[in-house]
Each structure stands twice: as structure tokens, then as C-alpha cells.
Design a protein around this ligand. Structure first.
Ligand code: SF4
Length: 355
């Protein structure tokens, strides 16, 4: 038996004894595996588990997801972040109904045709639900395999995916491709941590070149540091006398598409002059009669996303007379705000101020 087979066998044995018991590991339903894989992208298992349970309860199958109203779906997703995942799932569920006759596609190449499903997710579903022998490559796999084999190709290099895919293709167990894939990822999650891997506990330490050389901290290799963009969002919270607030649904190719928030504009600098605030708010709602004295010191919030830091300023004003509002805005009573999917900045502001 070659060392690749021995590594795979050790990994599989370790996985079967040590894996965490999670609901998506007790099913072969490709829909449920898909839901879990999408939720767990960029999300820790502890946080994702509750979302998964609620998601499957509300949308137990692909038909129910395809028929969902977008707002209902976004509300369920609220707080998970990376909202395009939910929008893409909604689209893909409709695709399954229209293009695959309501049956979840059963091969890697067909699964890849669904919106929002990349190579990783397609390989995970195909191997776990359909036993297709195709390896997954994700952050855990990069880390484990780069350390095991001392692969120094930077993982953010375009050619790294194919290299790691090939390495894992030689190791994957053709009898149990789904368990093999999950075993590598589980080892990365539980033992082969990004910092301070627990090598003495590792089932494949005798084959690990980085462990033998004592340089596990040098792997995986990465080229670039991700540039972080700083942004400034200025919100106008208009509250009428009968406690209604003005909201609109974000759209376009930016963060938080399809979530609700207060009227806002983005400015370039950390500081902003009151006159500019008034001018810009009036551009958004032309009928607004706003005086400098009405704009009190704003409530501020900061939200860190993976590639951006958003500084938000919330200016709340009281409005007594009815105002004409552009079509995209809606008034809603503060008591009904829970019906709307809002992003974290708005949610934090509401918790702080409105209730
Ligand atoms: Fe990771 Fe250590 Fe195991 Fe190597 S021996 S795969 S570095 S946990």
C-alpha cells in the first residue's frame, strides 16, 4: 500500500471515531448538504448550526425554497452575512425546478451549473451525496495538504487550486470519497489549526513533512495581504410622530443587496460638514425641509467585513408633517421592524436607539 493510501486510511479511521455529530452528516440528501455547505462558507459551525436547523425547518426541500419570497429568505439569513449566498441559493433552487425537473443534479459537472456553486461546493455535494470521486479543496485542505507535503506554492496563486486538487486526487479513497473529503476538512478544523496545530494528536503525523521538520508555521504559503477599504455611510433616520420610520431595500452590486436600511449616502472622508449632509440628504428626498439645527450629534457604529471597514453615522430627526417620498422608500411602524431583514449596522442601531 502506498503512503497516500495509508494517509487516507488513517484519516478515515480518525474521522469516523472523532467527527462532530452534525445534522448534515446524517443525511445523503443533496439539498440538505448543499444548504449546510453554503451556510458554513465563511461561518463557524457553532453559529451556522442554528441557521441550518431553522433553514431546513422553514424550507425542507428545494421546492419550498424555490417558492419562498426573497424577503422571507433574507430575514432568515439575517446576521449570517455574505447575503449573496442566500440570493444565489434562491436562484439555484428555481434553476433546479426549471432545468433539472425538480431533481437536484447528481454529478459534479451538473452541480457546477447551479448559481453560487463553485468547485468546492460541487465537489462536496457530489462526493458526500452521490459518492463521486472528486476531492474538495478549501482553506482546511490547503492547510493540511501543504503541511503534510511541504507544498510551497502560494495558496492565493492561480495555479495552486489545480496543484492541491491533483495531490488530493491521489489520496482520495474511491470507496468513501465523501468521508475522505470530510476527514481532511475535519482534521483542519479540529487538529491542524491555522496557528498551533495539535500535531501530537494528529493521526497522520508520521507522514507529515512539516511536522518532521518543525516548520508547520511556514505553511500554507500566502502571497498577498488583502487590502482593506474604509467606507463612510451616512444614514438619515426619519421618525414621524406616529412612530413610523422610513426604509428602503438596497440593490445593486454592493454589500447587503436586498436588505433594508434607512436612507443613506456614502461620503469619502471621516469628517463631514453639516451643509454637505443637508445637501446630500435633500438629493435623496427632495421634499425634505431640513435645518442645520435639526442634525444632532450622530450615533456611530462600525462594521468590519472581510475586505472593508464601514463607519456609519446615524442622524435621527423627528418629522411632523407628511412628506412626499420617492417610490423606493416605505414607511413602517417601529413595532413592525422585525418583519424586515436588515444588516447588522441597522440591527445594532435599532437595538441601541429605537426599542
Ligand atoms: Fe497538521 Fe501537525 Fe498533522 Fe501535520 S502533523 S497534518 S501539521 S496537525
Amino acid at each position: 500500500m502506498g503512503s497516500n493510501n495509508q494517509i487516507a486510511e488513517l484519516l478515515l479511521h480518525w474521522y469516523r471515531v472523532n467527527k462532530r455529530n452534525l445534522p448534515w452528516r446524517e443525511t445523503k440528501d443533496p439539498y440538505k448538504i448543499w444548504v449546510s455547505e453554503i451556510i458554513l462558507q465563511q461561518t463557524r459551525v457553532n453559529q451556522g448550526l442554528d441557521y441550518y436547523i431553522r433553514f431546513i425547518k422553514k424550507f425542507p426541500n428545494i421546492q419550498s425554497l424555490a417558492q419562498a419570497h426573497e424577503d422571507e429568505l433574507m430575514k432568515l439569513w439575517q446576521g449570517l452575512g455574505y447575503y449573496s449566498r442566500a440570493r444565489n441559493m434562491h436562484f439555484a433552487a428555481k434553476q433546479v425546478l426549471l432545468e433539472f425537473n425538480g431533481q437536484f443534479p447528481s454529478t459534479y459537472n451538473h452541480i457546477l451549473k447551479l448559481k453560487g456553486i463553485g468547485k468546492y461546493t460541487a465537489a462536496a455535494i457530489a462526493s458526500i451525496a452521490f459518492n463521486e470521486v472528486v476531492p474538495v479543496v478549501d482553506g482546511n485542505v490547503y492547510r493540511v495538504l501543504s503541511r503534510l507535503n511541504q507544498i510551497s506554492t502560494p495558496i492565493d496563486d492561480a495555479k495552486s487550486y489545480n496543484e492541491f486538487f491533483t495531490v488530493s486526487s491521489k489520496m482520495i479513497d474511491p470507496q468513501s470519497p465523501g468521508d475522505y473529503n470530510q476527514a481532511v476538512m475535519e482534521l483542519g478544523a479540529l487538529i491542524c489549526h491555522p496557528t498551533s496545530p495539535e500535531c501530537p494528536e494528529c493521526p497522520v503525523k508520521n507522514y507529515c513533512k512539516a511536522f518532521k521538520k518543525g516548520n508547520t508555521g511556514d505553511f500554507p504559503v500566502k502571497n498577498k495581504k488583502t487590502a482593506i477599504r474604509t467606507r463612510y455611510f451616512n444614514y438619515l433616520v426619519i421618525r414621524s410622530t406616529n412612530n413610523t420610520l422610513l426604509l428602503y431595500k438596497r440593490n445593486g452590486n454592493d454589500v447587503w443587496n436586498s436588505l433594508y436600511e434607512f436612507p443613506m449616502f456614502e461620503s469619502l472622508n471621516a469628517e463631514i460638514h453639516t451643509n454637505e449632509l443637508i445637501t446630500r440628504f435633500k438629493e435623496i428626498i427632495p421634499s425634505l425641509k431640513l435645518k442645520t439645527t435639526e442634525l444632532k450629534k450622530p450615533v456611530t457604529q462600525v462594521q468590519k467585513l472581510s475586505h472593508q471597514i464601514i463607519h456609519a453615522r446615524f442622524y435621527e430627526i423627528k418629522y411632523n408633517a407628511p412628506i412626499a417620498i420617492p417610490d423606493k422608500f416605505i414607511w413602517t411602524n417601529a413595532d413592525n421592524l422585525n418583519d424586515f431583514a436588515v444588516h447588522k449596522l441597522i440591527d445594532n442601531y435599532l437595538k441601541l436607539v429605537v426599542n
